[in-house]
Design a protein around this ligand. Sequence first.
Ligand code: BG6
Length: 292
Amino acid sequence: MINSLQEKFSIPGLRFETTEGGLVKAVIDTPIAKAEIYLLGAHVAAYQPAGSKPILWMSAKSLFEESKPIRGGVPICFPWFGAHATDPKAPAHGSARTRIWDFLSAVLNPDNSMTVSMGTAIDGFSVVFTATVGEKLKMELTVSLPEDASESKSFEAALHTYLSVSDIHTVSIEGLESNDYIDKVGGTTPKTAEGKAIRFSAELDRVYQNTAATCILRDPGFNRSIVVEKQNSLSTVVWNPWIAKSARMPDFGDDEWKEMLCIESANVGGCAITLSPGQTHTMIAMVSATAL
Ligand code: BG6
């Protein structure tokens, strides 16, 4: 596997490795950024622009086993988000993150950023994930319904981005102040916009709908802001499991909730996407860091 990938796609700044658990990852190391992307789930597990601390968070307890989700980085949730609508046995957040994707292409761009793409077919959709690793991490999820599909089909999707923070108690997120939200911790009734930046003092699990806003995560401890921009995404999910939920998750360290949070660029629930046969949809999320 590694040898054929190496032969087919090897370019300066890209190599393939097999992990102890037998997973294959693309390791990108260019003068402007580093990243690791697993074929399991087309999962960006690490991203670090030159001169910057790592931007993505990864659990020390993540399993890195075939057919199991990776806890951290950017899981791709597709074609459903959360629990399946009708099948309680179906895996949470869809099957995209636990399958092996095909590596499709790798290009070193003139600015020394690298663009790689991976693809798969799920539930009648053809799906391509493209990541450009540079001063920003640009992630594109392109979903197509073939011309010969018998009818329109809907899907949900999320680029479930785990971000590394110095201390959850001191960070804030700007961009969603004026949006009502669904509070998954407190039931299903939408809650009214708070009119202020998000801060964390308990488990927080919110779905903001009908928002294309850029989110800015201010982190005084790391003296940086992480900026999450997006296109063709109208849902934003913000999550931190806090103490009790962390303890319940076997692949998540009991104290790790202090050092992470998720800002997920998504299209879920009422913002799910419906494609007619022959149609394509691309959702884009871009993550970058600036000094505070
Ligand atoms: C978030 C959800 O997107 O993902 C949370 O809003 C969920 O409710 C979290 O707990 C993690 O999900 P999972 O399936 O990776 O444990």
